[in-house]
Each structure stands twice: as structure tokens, then as C-alpha cells.
Design a protein. Structure first.
Length: 148
């Protein structure tokens, strides 16, 4: 790892009503990534709507998604980012281990910050996804902060 901080931020994505990966992070071969913050926020309009299941999970395949441009944070470092990202699955990746799961109200959001020494490591060539399962279609924005 070179100590380069980076962020992944999606635009608004419709959740649909079946399990959907909104964001996937992919570590480059032989380059681990340490994720220390993940957040998701929803743009729901009903205060009586059912909670949305949010899972942070390892994924064993890429699925079919759109490329996401990751940004350096701060942007003044010379290194080239090795990590890549994708968003808005149209064909779901294969789910692996579930690392976190939460039920989140569709008018709010959820932020996970790693406890000291307990960040999520994405091994070289591995994938980490943010997947939602909503009872009604709601727009969402995902964000992740990490270091490679």
C-alpha cells in the first residue's frame, strides 16, 4: 500500500425492489485496500415505509455495472490509483461473506466508521459491495472512504 487516500461517491441510484448492488469496490491485483468508512443515504418520501436492508459484503464476481471514477483525497498526491469502482448493477454479482447488515429507514441514512484497528480489508483482486433490498423504489447515494 502506498498510503493514498481515496473516495468513491455515487450519484443518485434507484434501488428498485429486489436485491441490488449500488457500489462495488475492486482492489487491484496484489494491492490491498483498507476501507474505514461507508455510508448510504436514501431519498424516501414516506415516514411509514418499511426499512431497507443494507449489506456490506464480499462479492466473488463483477456482475454487470457502470464504471465509477474514484477520487484521491487529498488530490495532491502523484500516485495513480489502483483501486477501481462500479455502480448500479444491472446483473448482480455473486454474493460472498456478509460483513455488515443494517435495516435503515428510507428517509434517513447510515454511516459506518471503522472502530480503531477494525477497518475492512479488501485483499488484492477482491471485491466489496454495498447491496440494498428495498420494499419500494427509493433513490440512494453511496460513499466509501479508503486507503490503498
Amino acid at each position: 500500500m502506498s498510503g493514498v487516500r481515496l473516495r468513491a461517491v455515487t450519484g443518485e441510484i434507484a434501488t428498485g425492489t429486489s436485491a441490488k448492488t449500488l457500489l462495488q469496490l475492486v482492489a487491484a491485483s496484489n494491492h490491498a485496500v483498507i476501507v474505514d468508512e461507508i455510508s448510504i443515504s436514501f431519498k424516501g418520501t414516506s415516514n411509514t415505509a418499511s426499512p431497507i436492508r443494507v449489506r456490506i459484503l464480499r462479492q466473488t464476481t463483477a456482475g454487470t455495472m457502470s464504471a465509477l471514477t474514484l477520487v484521491k483525497d487529498p488530490d495532491d498526491v502523484d500516485e495513480t490509483l489502483q483501486t477501481t469502482g462500479q455502480h448500479t448493477a444491472t446483473f448482480e454479482p455473486t454474493a460472498g461473506d456478509v460483513l455488515l447488515a443494517e435495516e435503515v429507514h428510507p428517509q434517513t441514512g447510515y454511516t459506518w466508521q471503522a472502530p480503531f484497528g477494525r477497518a475492512i480489508k479488501i485483499g488484492g483482486g477482491d471485491r466489496l459491495g454495498i447491496e440494498v433490498l428495498a420494499g419500494a423504489d427509493v433513490n440512494a447515494i453511496c460513499r466509501a472512504s479508503m486507503e490503498e
